[in-house]
Design a protein around this ligand. Structure first.
Ligand code: ADP
Ligand code: ASP
Ligand code: MG
Length: 417
């Protein structure tokens, strides 16, 4: 007997029929003798709708009320799945974040989990053989008593955090693809499913745009050494042998990897915007004059490129921000114009970041250089580059994203045979 967390994303609970299908997946594991906690997302599209309603009601809405609204999607699916399980004769009870409680920081809309009391859930495994059906994405701030949410895609993080809290043997993430691929299989049909991927590589893939797992869930998996298994919810529930290994991807520590490839995968994000501050004075303090106000406005700056000044007097500084913060970032820089002292502000919203990831890059030179040549051959212009030990990213025009991803996918031998 083992203890499992089973997480089902939005498409997996998109309607009542799919929720019934999820109930059969859960029943299979319960019948095999496992203790099960389930974590559910809202029905697909629901969270987007709720977010849009908040914006519609007022663009400058209160973040606490935003959380009160957007957390409701998961309340519905947790109740519905408990009903569907009971209809199959499985003991089940739904749980909201505050009922457990899942305690979080007060950073509304992007709260961090601080503590989870798994005691009652574990007690009910023993006393009543009861499945816990937990609303993902949400928690409560203990100081204010208000509902919080964990940021988009946050149910993955709820699942891994609960798995750690109840000391589960594994956290299964059921989604609409049957594992983690070398790149988004919806963009590159030749993408290959990985049997295993190290936490470190998955962390980079997720943070650079592969939305199959929320970044924070991978971080938590790494900290608690919790094996995460990504698999499909669309497989026929009763055709699966609960004791065999199904198709999917295990995210595990690097030591468990049999072999490591130089390049593990490619991620991309169209969620970028570029700002260039032209002809700023080349003197100490200028970077601070630009980036301190952005930090104060809670705007995350990602890639930064500064030219070495030719005349020793002025230089250009280019950086990227999330597309959602583009207008605010431009306003923030414009407001600090006197302090910064620049001639012109150029910007582009239609840019994308394509990243190549692989912990094997640590010990191999020339990996990035190959990419620059291949992109040039396709006529793709690179606007900015960043590199680190196990990844590099290029900023390009959005229109070339798919071409760039496919080109690099083939270049590094990731295409399936
Ligand atoms: P869920 O609703 O189950 O949480 P998401 O839509 O958040 O599902 O994440 C699954 C999606 O992630 C897939 O449909 C796929 O398009 C996308 N994706 C992006 N990169 C990858 C990748 N490298 N491997 C697998 N899926 C990926
Ligand atoms: N429903 C939330 C979202 O769409 C959380 C999740 O699905 O993980 O972002
Ligand atoms: Mg998701």
């Amino acid at each position: 007997m083992g203890r499992l967390v089973m997480k089902f994303g939005g498409t997996s609970v998109a309607n009542i029929e799919r929720i019934r299908n999820v109930a059969r997946h859960v029943k299979r594991e319960v019948d095999a003798g496992h203790e099960v906690a389930v974590v559910v997302s809202a029905m697909s599209g629901k969270t987007n709708e709720l977010v849009a309603w908040c914006r519609d009601a007022s663009p400058m809405h209160d973040a606490r009320e935003y959380d009160a609204v957007v957390a409701s999607g998961e309340q519905v699916t947790s109740g519905l799945l408990a009903i569907a399980l009971q209809a199959l004769g499985v003991q089940a009870r739904s749980w909201q974040g505050w009922q457990i409680p899942i305690k979080t920081s007060d950073a509304h809309a992007s709260a961090r989990i601080l503590d989870i009391d798994g005691g009652e859930i574990v007690k009910r495994f023993a006393d009543r053989k009861e499945v816990a059906v937990i609303a993902g994405f949400q928690g409560i701030n203990p100081q204010t008593g208000r509902i919080t949410t964990l940021g988009r895609g946050g149910s993955d993080t709820s699942a891994v955090a609960i798995a750690a809290a109840i000391k589960a043997d594994r956290c299964d993430i059921y989604t609409d693809v049957d594992g983690v691929y070398t790149t988004d299989p919806r963009i590159v049909p030749k993408a290959r499913r990985l049997d295993k991927i190290a936490f470190e590589d998955m962390l980079e893939l997720a943070s650079l745009g592969a939305k199959v797992l929320q970044v924070r869930s991978v971080e938590l998996g790494m900290v608690h050494n919790m094996p995460i298994f990504v698999r499909s919810s669309f497989d026929e529930p009763d055709a699966i042998d609960p004791h065999a290994t199904p198709p999917g991807t295990l995210i595990c520590s690097e030591e468990e990897m049999m072999e490591s490839h130089v390049v593990t995968g490619i991620a991309f994000s169209k969620d970028e915007a570029q700002i260039s501050v032209r002809q700023i004075e080349d003197k100490p303090g200028v970077a601070a004059a630009i980036f301190v106000p952005l930090a104060s406005a809670n705007i995350n700056v990602d890639m930064i490129v500064q030219n070495v000044s030719e005349d020793g007097k002025t230089t250009d500084l280019t950086f990227t921000v999330p597309a959602a913060d583009f207008d605010r970032a431009k306003e923030t820089i414009a407001a600090a114009r006197d302090k910064i002292g620049y001639a012109r502000l150029d910007s582009a919203g239609d840019v994308a970041k394509v990243s190549v990831i692989g912990s094997g890059m640590r010990s191999h030179a020339g990996i990035a250089a190959k990419a620059f040549a291949a992109l040039a051959e396709r006529g793709i212009n690179i606007r900015a580059i960043t590199t680190s030990e196990i990844k590099f990213s290029v900023l390009i025009d959005t229109a070339y994203t798919e071409l760039a991803v496919r080109t690099l996918h083939s270049l590094y031998g990731l295409d399936k045979a």
